[in-house]
Design a protein around this ligand. Structure first.
Ligand code: BGO
Length: 267
């Protein structure tokens, strides 16, 4: 039985370096169908039955760039067995924006916090255990450049793939948003797989037109949108974005300690 692990992360997070470390020279390069976006896949070194699919570098799963659409269509329709989400540990706050969306897809997620050699040198501290608890997924520290933690990250991803259950998003939006999401999810019965409902519900609320091509039937959610926009006096896309940043801000506050250069002196 073969396993596919999708490698997802922001541009410059070290994804190419990690992909090369995981696959060595065992790579196949082509294009994603119909577009000039590079598609790379390769067998995990020492595991002929584990395929690593390198997704384009992206900042979110919104429909604004070709890379985002290619990556999310692959994740929705091909459903890899696990996602290995590489995040740049020196820029973790911005990188987590994508992570919160990957966790809504109903696919097991393992997070690899990269550039740990740089983080350690700076004196900053990332509380990996707490980060894992707050995100609800396994988190591994790595340095793709030095090869540290790379094997462990791959093994965790293989183990997560074996569980066959998606990473349930620990995060809840504000109660009024959750209530509307539930109403939207109820309207999607039978149109998308159960584990993908939350992802599609969020996208429909965000008025993401391109997602409709991925659904058998598109429910009318205009009344739900009108209701929440009136209640929160904002448009739904901003509401969801603000909620994500608030959640990420709370995580960072608890899990990331910046090294202070201005140490207090006692006189
Ligand atoms: C250059 N640690 C350190 N210190 N650097 C890393 C690590 C790590 O763990 N992982 C990756 N990098 P990509 P995307 C570069 O290319 O894999 C570095 O976009 C340079 N190039 O070496 O390309 C990696 O695929 C000149 O750095 O990322 C690369 O996600 C000077 O992060 C960069 C300095 O990695 C991006 C760095 C000519």
């Amino acid at each position: 039985m073969s396993i596919t692990i999708a490698l997802a992360g922001n541009p410059n997070s070290g994804k190419t370096t990690l992909f090369n470390a995981l696959t060595g020279s065992n790579q196949f390069v082509g294009n994603w169908p119909g577009v000039t976006v590079e598609k790379k896949e390769g067998k995990l070194k020492g595991h002929k039955d584990v395929m690593i699919m390198d997704l384009p570098g992206i900042y979110s799963l919104s429909p604004y760039t070709l890379e985002e659409v290619v990556a999310r269509n692959y994740l929705i329709s091909e459903r890899p067995d696990a996602i290995l989400n590489i995040v740049d540990g020196t820029n973790i706050e911005r990188n987590l924006y994508l992570s919160t969306q990957l966790m809504e897809l109903g696919i097991p997620v393992v997070m690899a916090v990269n550039m740990m050699d740089v983080v350690e040198k700076s004196g900053d501290k990332i509380h990996i255990g707490k980060l894992s608890q707050k995100l609800g997924c396994e988190v591994v520290e790595i340095s793709a450049l030095k090869g540290n933690g790379v094997q462990k990250a791959a093994e965790k991803a293989i183990a997560a793939a074996g569980k066959k259950e998606g990473t349930p998003p620990v995060h809840k939006f504000a109660p009024e948003v959750e209530q509307i999401l539930e109403a939207v999810e109820d309207k999607m019965d039978g149109t998308v797989p159960q584990e993908q409902k939350r992802f599609f519900a969020v996208k429909l609320l965000e008025k993401d037109d391109k997602i409709q091509s991925q659904m058998k039937h598109v429910p009318d959610v205009s009344e739900e949108i009108r209701q929440i926009e009136e209640e929160m006096d904002d448009d739904t896309e901003s509401i969801i974005t603000n909620e994500r940043y608030a959640y990420i801000g709370a995580i960072i506050g608890e899990c990331y300690k910046k090294h202070s250069k201005d140490k207090l002196t006692v006189s």
